[in-house]
Structure formats: structure tokens, C-alpha cells
Design a protein around this ligand. Structure first.
Ligand code: FAD
Length: 380
């Protein structure tokens, strides 16, 4: 077992840390307070070729693995969670194309996503959240085209993305087995953006409703074949959970960092509050749990890179890291005392952001269902 990063990973991380420190992190408070999409940050990451991190070299990417992606995304999320989550949502478009796309689709779309194009993945609908197979959006084939009609809600990067993977039903009688996945470009006729959701946190993260009104999609934009949509979505979410867990980890790390720094500066009873054991214990617990969350997520990413079953670890990592992010941010607010409850310091923002990780890409309850179903099979 080797925990050391490769030279290539170290160099990449060093460069990402520099950019985060100089450009991305200083913007993070403004992004949340003013609620704007940090497109510039994404452009910087794209210019560093990081959009193509896991995309094979033949399609213009760097051809690296999930573990490298995780190490880099962790740093981005620590610096600015909004940038991190938008960067992570790109993966949800890249991954199904890489895994299920045919040669022509990969050539056409992965090459764009490896450069500057922003991607998104749309499954959720008003009646299909945890019950992901209950998609009502309909895709009807006519004269060499599919026509998609329905509504998608809560779509990350919605309105900013260039390329969307959209799950729709080609055969409603077959339920989840009748779902299919489509590659949809933002300019296709019948595609538009509806409501933008006003959220508790992540005020700068694009999150929108997609309106599909007989949206015209060329036949060749069907991913894999009809009826594979549910499998594509489940596989994409499994891999994407590494990304969501990593986002939570970044938030937890930032909260710990802020709490440590503040505890050394804040003086009460004539001494820094970091000298009180009660404060030290909070820091110790959070630091330990962050390490444990990181190990789970890195293990999931490593397994994925080895082509080994990783899904259970991805669910464990996502579930655990999002709980750690909640704990880390609650404790950080506690350590900041009254100031922590104000918007003058970043910890209240981190607390609002942390909550999201327990909900997206399968709630904590759904992760526990997945983990339980695996261990019930493993231990007979
Ligand atoms: C900011 C944001 C970004 C998002 N980005 C995307 C995106 O890019 N693409 C996309 O497709 N979706 C996206 N989503 C949707 C997200 O994945 C769903 O909100 C999530 O899966 C939960 O679905 P739901 O909101 O319908 O909750 P529900 O499914 O209604 O769940 C409500 C409660 O019931 C519990 N519950 C439901 N079923 C069970 C069960 N079987 N066992 C135990 N408990 C259960 C849940 O855990 C939860 O506590 C996003 C959501 C948000 C808020």
C-alpha cells in the first residue's frame, strides 16, 4: 500500500493550489454573497486542461484517473465549494459519454468537454427524486429524430451548460427499463431554461429547471441504446458520488482550517481559546473524521481506476464525508461563537453549503440503502 502521490500528481496539485490561493479562494465569499456564477474560475480550470482530467488523450484530455481527479477537485472545493460543485457536475456529463458513448459521440462531445464546454446531467423531475426510475419526460421517435417533452428540476449547471445528458422514457410501459439517455445541446429547438432555484446556500451555483417542449434531438444522440437510460444514470451517479463526497470533504477541510486559525487568534480569559481543551477536542474530532472520509473516498477512486467494484465505497464515502462536512461546519460556527453566526465570517456560509451534500446524488438515506443491500449480500 502506497499513500504517496506520484510526481505528476504532486506537480499538478501544486499548480492547482497556487491558482486556488491566488484567484479562486479570494472570490469564494463574493460568489456566495452576490450569488454569481464564477465562470471565470471555470475558465481558468479549463485553460489548465483540468476539464479533460479523466478524458482519454485521444479525445483531447489528460487521460488521468479518478484518484487524480479527486485530489484536484478536493483542493478546488476547499478554495470555493461552488466552483468545485460546478466542476464536479461536468464529470456527470463526461463520464456517461466516456463509458457509454460510441466513437462518433466521443469524438464530437468529449473533445469539446475536454476544452471549454460545460456539461450537466438531468434526471430529477418533480416526481422522480430518490425514486429515480419514475421519470415522466417522454421521448418519441419520428423520422430519424427523437422529440423530448417534460421538465427537469434542480439541474446543476442548468442554464450555463453547453451539453446536457438527459434521461427520458422511450417506453413508459417498461418503467425504469424503458428509460433512455440523450445528448442534448443547449441550442436544440424546443430546449429552454425555466425557473432558477433560489437555494439555502451555494447561491452562485447555477441550478435550474429544464423545459423540454418537443425538443428535437438527432437520432445519433441516443446514448448506447433505448432502454439503457436507468443503467447509465445509476452508473453515472455511482461514479459521481466520489465527486460529491470530495466536494463535502473540501468544505469540511475549509471549516477546520478557519476554526483552527480563529481559535488561535481569539483571546478570552486572557488566553487564546485554542488553549481550552473543549475547543481542542472539537478540532481533534473533526480532523480525525476528515482523514477517515478522505481515505474512504480515495479508496473508492482507486478501486474505480483499477476497474474493481467501487460502488459501495463511493456510497460510504459520500454519506460519511457529507456528515463530516455538517459536523465540521457546525463545530466551526461554535468555535467562532457569536461571530460565527454572522455573515462577516465564512463559517455560516460553509454550514449552509454543507447541508446540500447530504441531499444530492442520492440522499444519505439512499446511500445507506445501497450500502446495506451490498453488505447483506456480502455477509451470508
Ligand atoms: C442544489 C441541487 C443540485 C442538484 N443537482 C442535480 C443535477 O445536476 N441533476 C439531477 O438530476 N438532479 C439534481 N438534484 C436533485 C437531487 O439529486 C435530488 O433532490 C435528490 O436525489 C433527492 O430527491 P428529492 O429532492 O425528490 O427528495 P425525495 O426523494 O422526495 O426525498 C425526501 C426524503 O425522503 C427520503 N426518502 C425517499 N425515498 C426513501 C427510501 N426509499 N428510503 C428512505 N428514505 C427515503 C429521502 O432520503 C429524503 O429525506 C439537485 C438537487 C439540488 C437541491
Amino acid at each position: 500500500m502506497n499513500f504517496e502521490l506520484s510526481e505528476e500528481q504532486k506537480l499538478m496539485l501544486e499548480e492547482v493550489k497556487r491558482v486556488c490561493k491566488e484567484v479562486i479562494e479570494p472570490q469564494s465569499e463574493k460568489v456566495e454573497k452576490e450569488g454569481f456564477f464564477p465562470r471565470k474560475n471555470l475558465e481558468i480550470l479549463a485553460d489548465m486542461d483540468l476539464f479533460g482530467l479523466i478524458i482519454p488523450e485521444e479525445y483531447g484530455g489528460l487521460g488521468m484517473g479518478f484518484l487524480t481527479w479527486a485530489i484536484i477537485a478536493e483542493e478546488i472545493s476547499r478554495a470555493c465549494a461552488t466552483t468545485g460543485l460546478s466542476f464536479g457536475a461536468n464529470l456527470l456529463c463526461v463520464y456517461p459519454l466516456m463509458t457509454f458513448g460510441n466513437e462518433e459521440q466521443k469524438k464530437k462531445y468529449l473533445t469539446q468537454l475536454a476544452k471549454k464546454a460545460i456539461g450537466a446531467f438531468a434526471l430529477t423531475e418533480p416526481e422522480a427524486g430518490s425514486d429515480a426510475g419514475n421519470v415522466k419526460t417522454r421521448a418519441i421517435k419520428k423520422n430519424g429524430k427523437y422529440y423530448l417533452t417534460g421538465r427537469k428540476i434542480f439541474i446543476t449547471n442548468g442554464g450555463e451548460a453547453d451539453i446536457y445528458i438527459i434521461i427520458a422514457s422511450t417506453d413508459p410501459d417498461r418503467g425504469p427499463r424503458g428509460l433512455s439517455a440523450f445528448i442534448v445541446e443547449k441550442d436544440y429547438p424546443g430546449f429552454s431554461i425555466g425557473q432558477h432555484f433560489d437555494k439555502m446556500g451555494f447561491k452562485g451555483l447555477p441550478n435550474a429547471e429544464l423545459v423540454l417542449d418537443n425538443c428535437e434531438v438527432p437520432e445519433e444522440n441516443l446514448l448506447a441504446k433505448e432502454g439503457r437510460g436507468f443503467k447509465i444514470a445509476m452508473d453515472t451517479f455511482a461514479a459521481g458520488r466520489i465527486g460529491v463526497g470530495i466536494g463535502a470533504l473540501g468544505v469540511a477541510e475549509r471549516a477546520l482550517e478557519e476554526a483552527v486559525r480563529y481559535s488561535k487568534e481569539r483571546v478570552q480569559f486572557g488566553r487564546p481559546i485554542s488553549s481550552f481543551q473543549a475547543i481542542q477536542h472539537m478540532l481533534a474530532e473533526v480532523a480525525t473524521e476528515i482523514e477517515a472520509a478522505r481515505l474512504l473516498l480515495y479508496k473508492a477512486a482507486w478501486l474505480k481506476d483499477q476497474g474493481l467494484p467501487f460502488e459501495k465505497f463511493a456510497s460510504m464515502g459520500k454519506y460519511y464525508a457529507s456528515e463530516v462536512a455538517m459536523k465540521a461546519t457546525v463545530k466551526a460556527v461554535q468555535i467562532f461563537g457569536g461571530y460565527g453566526y454572522t455573515t462577516d465570517y465564512p463559517v455560516e456560509r460553509l454550514l449552509r453549503q454543507a447541508k446540500l451534500f447530504e441531499i444530492i446524488e442520492g440522499t444519505t438515506e439512499i446511500q445507506k440503502n445501497i450500502i446495506a443491500s451490498r453488505i447483506l449480500k456480502e455477509y451470508r
